[in-house]
Ligand binder design. Structure first.
Ligand code: ADP
Length: 400
């Protein structure tokens, strides 16, 4: 099947057309990902700086006025590249599925409105997804569309993990609770890790660290998410490229009393914190280089981030009742042996021992980086959110 995968952000849209094997009908859901079917990326691209028309600095695919125009451009690019072949479906990455969506769904008007009603919970992301869905509906009204939610995999969190210790009315009136994000990636990687360890998917318990520009860690028990470090928003948890992760909430009050307003605090914690705040650079490669060259603030940033993640791994080892593996994924997790070493060296109390050479060896596939004598294996498992979205979409649509 030919699936267009769309990842609509507030100012950019990433797209891919993938050729995905026809799945068995009735296996809808992300766990249809068995990794054995054919899968090929036919077209991939990004439209950036949406809403900044006129600022095109010579790169293609930029400077469109709005999402409708961006999708028009994607439609043209896709049409040309497919030489007359038609798409079978569109899969949308949708950041927030609230409490309603625990699996991918086929989109209709009611679903679109439900996603729109969640806009207040994801003000930068869900409106962009809705624009994307409506633009596709306008252009190809008969094409099936599927929404795949970043929050869905975490719908299995027990209440003691998703509740905050605040008055109940905050949850009842405003939906203030832990939702968790990156679920598509965590679910995909959990399934891959289980296969690597030759376990059934529902037999796998472990800790998965998705470390990209945004970063989160998830506790998996019997194949299900039972805790995750992002919360009501993606700001919580780990030290990220530009986000602080966990901080004492009173710091916000302190800053407010110093005269900062909500937008300024939002910008401070989401865009100017994390590695960027500590080391002046949000890119892990640059931070590692600076630390290797003796940069003190860069080394500190690595240590704060590595220590934070190591603490979460310890906590989630408890949450899952004894992890069978620790798994690294996404840009940093798959590529930065220095950061992995920083984290794993802090796990000695759990009997976890790194194989220094295996950790340093580059690779593109799932692999083990712990020593033979390690109490549990440490794995690197590449993620592929677009593939997971394409397969979930194909699975739902083939059941039509
Ligand atoms: P996104 O969340 O945008 O999908 P990615 O998963 O692509 O992010 O991860 C981006 C991060 O991965 C950046 O901090 C980048 O420095 C880091 N990264 C990518 N490649 C490497 C590499 N070869 N070595 C170290 N870090 C890397």
């Amino acid at each position: 099947m030919l699936i267009l995968v769309l990842n609509s952000g507030s100012s950019s849209i990433k797209y891919q057309v993938r050729e995905t094997a026809n799945p068995n009908p009735g296996t809808a859901g992300l766990d249809a990902t068995d990794g054995t079917g054919s899968d090929e990326v036919l077209i991939a691209g990004t439209i950036e700086r949406i809403g900044e028309a006129g600022t095109d600095d010579g790169g293609q695919d930029s400077g469109v006025r709005n999402h409708t125009e961006a999708l028009e451009r994607i439609g043209q690019a896709v049409g040309q590249a497919l030489h007359g072949r038609g798409l079978d479906a569109v899969g949308h990455r949708v950041v927030h599925g609230g409490e309603r969506f625990s699996a991918p769904v086929l989109i209709n008007n009611e679903i679109t409105r439900a996603i729109e009603r969640l806009n207040p919970l994801a003000p930068l992301h869900n409106p962009a997804s809705v624009l994307g869905i409506r633009a596709i509906t306008a252009k190809w009204p008969d094409l099936p569309q599927v929404a795949v939610f970043d929050t869905a995999f975490h719908r299995t969190l027990p209440e003691h993990a998703w509740r905050y210790a605040v008055p109940d009315e905050l949850y009842r009136n405003h939906g203030i609770r832990r939702y968790g994000f990156h679920g598509t990636s965590h679910q995909y990687v959990a399934a891959r890790a289980a296969r690597f360890l030759e376990l059934p998917e529902d037999g796998f318990s472990g800790v998965i660290a998705h470390l990209g520009n945004g970063a989160s860690v998830t506790a998996i028990a019997a194949g299900q998410s039972v805790d995750t470090s992002m919360g009501f928003t993606p700001l919580a948890g780990l030290v990220m490229g530009t986000r602080s992760g966990d901080i004492d909430p009173s710091i916000l009050l302190f800053l407010q009393r110093q005269g900062m307003d909500a937008d300024a605090i939002d910008e401070l914690l989401n865009r100017r914190s994390g590695l960027a705040g500590l080391a002046g650079n949000n890119d892990m490669r640059s931070v590692v280089e600076a630390a290797d060259a003796g940069g003190r603030s860069a080394q500190l940033a690595l240590d704060v981030a590595g220590y934070r993640l190591a603490k979460y791994i310890g906590a989630y080892h408890v949450a899952v009742g004894g992890a069978q593996a620790v798994v690294f994924t996404a840009g940093i997790g798959e590529n930065s042996w220095q950061f992995r070493a920083n984290v794993v060296e802090r796990l000695a109390a759990l009997g976890i021992i790194l194989d220094v050479d295996a950790n340093r060896a580059p690779g593109r596939t799932s692999r083990r980086i712990s020593a033979q004598g390690s109490a549990i294996p440490v794995l690197v498992v590449p993620t592929d959110e677009e593939r997971a979205i394409a397969e979930a979409t194909a699975a739902l649509v083939s059941g039509l």
